[in-house]
Design a protein around this ligand. Sequence first.
Ligand SMILES: [Ca+2]
Ligand SMILES: [Ca+2]
Ligand SMILES: [Ca+2]
Length: 303
Amino acid sequence: MSFPVSFPSGNFSLDLLHELQSSSSWQLETKVGMHSRISDLFAAKYCYQFDASDLYGPSGNPSEQDIQQNSIGDCYFVATLGAVADQQPGRIKNAISFDPNTGNFNVRMYKPDGTAVTIPVSQQDILDNKSRGGGSKLDNGGGPIWPAVMETAYAKMNDGNWSDGLAQGYNKIGAGGFGRDGMVAVTGSKGTDLVPANIWFFPTSLKSDILFNQVSAALAQGKAVTLSTDPEQSGQDGLVDNHVYIVDRIYKDASGAVKVELRNPWGNNINAGEGTNWSGAGLIVDLNSLINTKGLECFNVGP
Ligand SMILES: [Ca+2]
Ligand SMILES: [Ca+2]
Ligand SMILES: [Ca+2]
């Protein structure tokens, strides 16, 4: 739950009022001054717009449904966040801690070489992320803040000077990337890319079967999986080009065709083009078709 700045409950103000009623004007001035200083102290220590109770939804766990990418071009990062949230929620929860003494969320994140760093995300940083139309639902009417906290930490990790704002970091992460770039930032491992072009010597149906076995095994083992797209070389596959999706499921239909159930990190498929314009986030695509059009760049399987 999000509340505007709130104050500790109790009869603090009422008691003070009674005292003030029996004070001389000199005493009054002193006591009002003290009250104001004490209030400042309380405000500094206890009253934050965001705290640990705002991180997750009612389930107490992060979910892919908390992701809604808007104005920052980091689909590869927020799709990875969603995939990790659903498969390994503990990884997200362990990465974020709230410090009630500073109001900061401290985030463990990983550089491209896998080195762990801890990034402080302030109250103001979260509002800044919201105003930029970030990857949480905070800027879409409200929602759990963990994606905004993680995305802000990622921008800060990519910004050389926090004191002049985070434009540099947001521009860098918004310039695009691969699923593996998001995966290393969140988990410390780039994971494994499964690239159909690397098994070119097999016919499509065999490639499809190989990928089916690898991806279904990964999901069954609780690993996070994303899918990156390329512009098709022929036809249309229903997926936004140069985009990264969360892989929710892979299965064979009654005819044996391999289907992939994806979730768009936009939180919808509005203006997706290719005949897939609807308000829902999910969509199901045919893996053979993705391979034939060359619209499937790769799957990325996390640790
Ligand atoms: Ca958003
Ligand atoms: Ca900066
Ligand atoms: Ca496409």
